[in-house]
Design a protein around this ligand. Sequence first.
Ligand code: GLA
Length: 338
Amino acid sequence: MNLQSWTPGRVNLIGEWIDFNGGTVLPASLPLGVEITLDPSPDNFDHVTSAQFPGKASAEQDAPAQKHWADYVFGALQTARKQGWIKGAQTVRLDSTIPAGAGVSSSAAVTVGVLKACVPNGVDPTRIALLAQSVENEFIGVPCGIMDQMAVAHARPGEALALDTRALKFEQLAIPEGWTFAVINSGIERKLADGRYKERRDACLAAAKYLGIDYLCDAEDLSALPSNLHPIGQHVLSEEARSRAAIAALRRSDALAFGHQMLASHASLRKDFKVSTPEIDALVDDAVQLGAWGARITGAGFGGCIVVLLVDIKPAQWWADLHAAHPASRWICDVKAG
Ligand code: GLA
């Protein structure tokens, strides 16, 4: 029997690096996604092919990760078998329009997508998201938060997901008419598995421990933090406030206030959390100079995409001018009212 799913990528509009600190985030689904097809394997191995990458990857059913792009599939298949959702080895085909390594959750779309294809009807998407996160945390070894998996499991076109990452409660908020969020790839590749994600996360956990609290978003006073952890705490606390303010702005269709929070978020990620790059700072600055209402690096950072709020402006002309100034950048897609 043939199993299938389609799962979107996501762009985080605001609320960066707070999804494991007890914060509230605002991702939205992309019109780009990954189509996944599963068939029983002809032998005892899982096999994976992709329309985007050459060759075939194969692994025994309980093999550890191989540091290969297909690991996300192997890990998700192992989890699906443990849940009793599928039996035996599988042949899996991926066909994705989500750029890899750009901060728009191509990997979460694959893990959630494989689980979604295997899952019996009626399983709560939040349970799928949590299992997909455990694949990344335990099988791949990236200690990511829950934002990406929740976003791609729940998000609907034309809406953003205001997600309380602690309670796993969320609200789907319509993107106001006339707002366009453009997703632009800076052209600078980033990899989460290279240890920098864990380094930042460990610093957040260390700061919370220092203050004697479970979640850094609960801090009331950062003055006790040592100087290396102070900017980390500063970003997390201020980003939580910005994320909540942006959600309130979205509810009242206040693009000026929303854009303002995006710009402040970028400044904090650049100056305090230090996950931007000079090229991306220049891209954000020029995006705004050319008429955007807000712009910021999105996702984990260290390269990848920016997200830009365009209102009352023709996206095509704006993009032509930005691209002329930054030839390495690429238009990925836009997200707007459904
Ligand atoms: C990656 C992680 C998420 C989140 C972001 C930063 O996308 O997978 O859990 O921490 O980085 O906001």
